[in-house]
Design a protein around this ligand. Structure first.
Ligand code: SF4
Length: 470
């Protein structure tokens, strides 16, 4: 029987089909962060439960730590110090590798899990964080879990799961210059709604997917969860292997050869069936920005804020009106005329070196509008170092951006640092719901290129119109 990529990994990890229709799967890697990891480990300790395989569990400091230069143990949120201390103590007692605040390997969990080679094709990878699906870009079956599931996975290396349906999102053609994977996923969500992938494991496939660099594939898979998918996944290819080779936790020598032999089988067989298929022509996508408080409120940069009165469904009409009121916008306004107060480049969606390079090409030799607060937070300490070696930090700071330490930072408002009430942010993050980046703050999701271009002009701007420096 021909099989999809998802089915192959699922079957390779299937321990048992349970009586209630769920399945028991083997879990290869658990990634923790200081916010939920310390809690899970402490709770297990209290009940005298052990971590079954500490060698396959990793923890980072990303959610609560401050991102100001010279941060030490400072935290974004009041009371956050407790999370840091508890994660340190619990990981030490359990024998788990911790990427601590000053560890050169520290960074946002989903960024460093790929960067360090912890995630590999064909593995099952879980983390108590929704955007674990990012790692599907390497051909892993990766998904976010809750805290009790986390304890279960740590204790047993297994999880109980109802098998999701399977969807293919087939990308055809190539992206126009100035259009990125972020625009693709926002376009997809805008076109098919934020529930378009509900209950499905989505395989991004087709020649358009294969043409995307690995880091762009991570952006695509990162936001699969904003499309309500269980996860996103992409078949590993030569580009994936090139990305993984030499990473600290990647196999070497004979082990590498054996692994590659297995990874080469990780693709969907001809004739395998999905429950649903969607098609996108990449050439038709323009830079895309959200106007409202859901990722589905996404429109092309040349579009207008839609009119709720033209929506026949009452619930949708009311939701659109509420979003418009929260965002302080009126129907019919051209999105590329909206003034902004702040610009943010960071998060597990768009804080990799290629994202920073995209933005730097636009910022180079230019200054942001004076009244704008602009912040760049690299996704990992390694990305920060590499960007500094290339002089990208100077391009950002000379343009007027703050250059921060790595972490989740203001991607989410952790009760500490955030953007101000009614402040309008053009943001490379993945969530724009009410209060996500600060109480009453208004986030417009966009690519790093759009964020950089908008910071220069002071309003939401089409990066394709900017002079690009090489
Ligand atoms: S960067 Fe934002 S979305 Fe990503 S893991 Fe951190 S808080 Fe979550």
């Amino acid at each position: 029987m021909p099989k999809t990529l998802f089915e192959k990994i699922w079957n390779d990890h299937l321990i048992a089909e349970l009586d209630d229709g769920a399945c028991l799967l083997h879990v290869d890697r658990v990634f923790l962060h200081e916010r939920t990891g310390g809690i899970a480990l402490s709770s297990m300790e209290a009940e005298q439960r052990q971590v079954r395989n500490p060698g396959h569990v990793f923890c980072t400091m990303d959610h609560i730590i401050d991102t100001f230069p010279g941060r030490g143990d400072a935290t974004m949120a009041p009371g956050g110090r407790q999370f840091i201390t508890s994660a340190r103590q619990a990981t030490r007692r359990a024998g788990i590798t911790l990427f601590d605040v000053n560890d050169p390997r520290q960074g946002i969990s989903h960024v460093i899990s790929a960067e360090l080679g912890v995630t590999l094709p064909g593995l099952t990878v879980v983390c108590p964080d929704s955007h674990t699906c990012t790692l599907g870009a390497l051909g892993a079956l990766a998904w976010g879990i809750g805290s009790s599931e986390c304890e279960h996975a740590l204790t047993t290396e297994t999880l109980r799961l109802v098998k999701p349906k399977q969807m293919a999102v087939r990308l055809q053609g190539g992206l126009a210059a100035g259009v990125t994977a972020k625009d693709v996923i926002l376009h997809l969500t805008g076109k098919y709604s934020a529930s378009g992938g509900s209950g499905c494991a989505i395989e991004f496939c087709g020649e358009g997917t294969r043409r995307l660099p690995v880091e762009a594939r991570m952006t695509l898979c990162n936001m699969a969860v904003e499309f309500s998918a269980f996860t996103g996944i992409i078949a590993p290819d030569d580009e994936t292997l090139k990305y993984i080779s030499g990473r600290p936790y990647a196999p070497e020598g004979g082990e590498w050869d054996k692994a590659v032999e297995y990874w080469r089988r990780l693709h969907t067989d001809a004739g395998a069936k999905y429950d649903k298929e969607l098609h996108l022509d990449l050439a038709e996508i323009e830079p895309t920005v959200t106007w409202g408080t859901s990722p589905q409120h996404a429109i092309g940069i040349s579009g207008m804020i839609p009119d709720p009165d033209k929506e026949s469904n009452k619930g949708t009409r009311q939701a659109m009106q509420r979003a418009m009121d929260y965002m302080g916008l009126t129907a019919g306004t051209a999105i590329n005329t909206i003034p902004i107060d702040a610009a943010f480049i960071g998060s597990c969606t768009n804080s990799r070196l290629s994202d920073l390079r995209d933005a730097a090409r636009i910022l180079k030799g230019n200054k942001i509008t004076r009244r704008i607060k602009a912040i760049c937070v690299p996704g990992s300490s390694r990305i920060k170092r590499e960007a500094e070696q290339e002089g990208i930090d100077r391009i950002f700071t000379e343009a007027g951006f703050e250059w921060r330490e790595s972490g989740c930072s203001m991607c989410f408002y952790a009760g500490g640092e955030g953007f101000a009430e009614r402040e309008r942010i053009i943001s490379s993050t993945n969530r724009n719901f009410e209060g996500r980046q600060g109480q009453g703050a208004r986030s417009h999701l966009a690519s790093p290129a759009t964020v950089a271009a908008s910071a220069l002009t002071g309003f939401i701007t089409d990066a394709r119109n900017m002079a690009i420096q090489q």
